[in-house]
Design a protein around this ligand. Structure first.
Ligand code: ZN
Length: 138
């Protein structure tokens, strides 16, 4: 798979896939970096005096399935420092909430599935109740 193709498929405009780490039979792992080079200070919202201070390693975030494989994005936990506020913070990714291990898209898909299975479960329950009512009538 070409990286360009992967980028389009992932549909996370703020990320750029740099390489495929693993392409196993059931899992795909991508390494990605932010497209932007800087991010505003979350306190004063100014980006000019924010400096990068390396990374705190990589974050692994589960994303939507690709061709029925689980997909994982490995993104750097970039350390930033806002000079104006004298505050250290980590890069905030739009596709995932802080400290979450699942992307927002993955989480909403999981919720949809959960709601779907609840709906079919209650449909089955209703069916069972109707059948019982019918049989008790006999
Ligand atoms: Zn600031």
């Amino acid at each position: 798979m070409q990286n360009q193709y992967i980028n389009e498929w992932l549909n996370i405009p703020q990320l750029r896939v740099t390489q495929i780490l693993t392409d196993a039979f059931d899992e795909l792992h991508f390494e990605a970096v932010p497209v932007d080079h800087r991010q505003s200070c979350p306190i004063c919202l100014s980006d000019a005096p924010v400096i990068r201070r390396g990374t705190n390693g990589m974050r692994t975030v589960r994303h939507l399935p690709v061709f029925e494989k689980k997909s994982f994005l490995h993104v750097p936990a970039i350390r930033l420092y806002g000079k104006a506020c004298e505050m250290g913070f980590v890069w905030a990714y739009e596709f995932v909430d802080p400290k979450q291990q699942y992307s927002k898209s993955f989480r909403s898909l999981a919720v949809e599935h959960a709601l779907g299975s609840t709906a079919s479960h209650s449909a089955r329950m209703q069916q069972a109740l109707l059948q019982r009512r019918d049989s008790s009538r006999v």
